[in-house]
Design a binder for this molecule. Structure first.
Ligand code: TRP
Length: 334
């Protein structure tokens, strides 16, 4: 007897604010390709989230379409994965309103990201910034996602999503699947090239991160300038030698060699040798992605067909959940 087992569903969102970094690629994006057969995956470009801080329209447009092309360029198959823009699926905004009414001011004001971002953008502490985790909760719950791949900076948001889901289920029973975090087994945390005790971030100074779209010369320059230390010894010791350790873990992530064996083979070499190995491995990884990215960017009609289909598929799933919750709340069905 044939039996179809429903695959577990994965949803993740990525903001179109700047180009993803080598750190985003190593820590998150490249793992997505490995999930596409085993799971039912949706990847959303979180453009609604992006406007919680001011965006320049032309830049937002450019970065959004580039991000879609990048998802394709890293190899995601748009048939197996649902790729879509959050703003194309109106159920996100609708769900956001509903969930706002089941979320407390107190829990939102405890969010560390809200505190950080409102300190950073003191001239624009808008309500969207405050309720951002509610929008994100809706993103996840609309699709009844089982698993959500997120970085550590998002675990608090995932927790609040679970709290909101449990609260709604407590009131109306059986509305939402309670999601869990998905943390890839392998995946190094890539640190800043300039301040290697901090995570590599696209919002830091330009020389401190490598963007997936950085060309070979830029990669060479940035890695040459990466901060190391003065003892000249190559070994893995993140606490005392964060710069060198970061270079070793990037090299390990890109080549698949263990950190131990790399440390051994570089033991009697200099920092220059290590940097040039990291440079070569980075360029070798990025060039094929960039070539593919350029091909997708040159084919606007194809990109359009991908995001239109993605939005239709996403919307069908989202509508089911939204209608179910609206009925339970007591709205008159359309
Ligand atoms: N808030 C996430 C970030 O900034 C992006 C995001 C939006 C997201 N909606 C999501 C991530 C849903 C996972 C699931 O990185």
């Amino acid at each position: 007897m044939e039996q179809t087992v429903r695959k577990q569903r994965i949803l993740s969102g990525i903001q179109p604010s700047g180009t993803p970094t080598l750190g985003n690629y190593i820590g998150a994006m490249r793992n997505w390709k490995l999930l596409e057969d085993e799971y039912d995956c949706l990847y959303m470009i979180a453009d609604l989230h992006a406007i919680t801080v001011r965006q320049e329209p032309a830049k937002l447009r450019q970065q959004s379409i580039q991000l879609l092309a990048l998802l394709l360029a890293i190899g995601l198959d748009p048939e197996k994965n649902v790729l879509f823009f959050q703003s194309h699926v109106p159920q996100h905004a609708q769900m956001n309103w509903l969930l706002n009414c089941y979320t407390y001011m107190g829990e939102m004001s405890r969010m560390t990201q809200f505190k950080d971002k409102s300190a950073k953008h003191a001239d624009n502490i808008n309500c969207g910034l405050f309720t951002y985790p509610v929008l994100m909760a809706g993103d996840i719950l609309l699709y009844q996602a089982n698993l959500v791949p997120v970085g550590v900076d998002q675990t608090q948001h995932l927790e609040i999503c679970r709290d909101i889901a449990a609260r709604v289920n407590g009131l109306y029973s059986g509305v939402f699947t309670i999601p869990e975090g998905y943390y890839p087994k392998v995946g190094a945390r890539v640190m800043s090239l300039q301040e290697p005790t901090r995570k590599m971030s696209k919002s830091d100074a330009d020389d401190s991160f490598i963007s997936i779209l950085d060309g070979p010369d830029t990669v060479r320059r940035k890695i040459r300038r990466a901060v190391t230390d003065s003892d000249g010894e190559i070994r893995f010791d993140p606490e005392n030698k964060p710069g060198v350790s970061n270079l070793l873990s990037i090299l390990s992530a890109l080549t698949g060699e263990t950190i131990d064996s790399l440390a051994e083979s570089f033991a009697d070499k200099g920092y220059g040798d290590l940097k040039s190995a990291v440079t070569d491995a980075t360029i070798e990884t990025l060039v094929p992605i960039q070539t593919s990215f350029n091909q997708y960017m040159a084919d606007k009609a194809y990109l359009e067909s991908v995001y239109r289909t993605g939005a239709e598929r996403a919307s069908r799933i989202a509508e089911r959940t939204l209608a179910k919750l609206m009925k339970k709340i007591g709205f008159i069905a359309k």
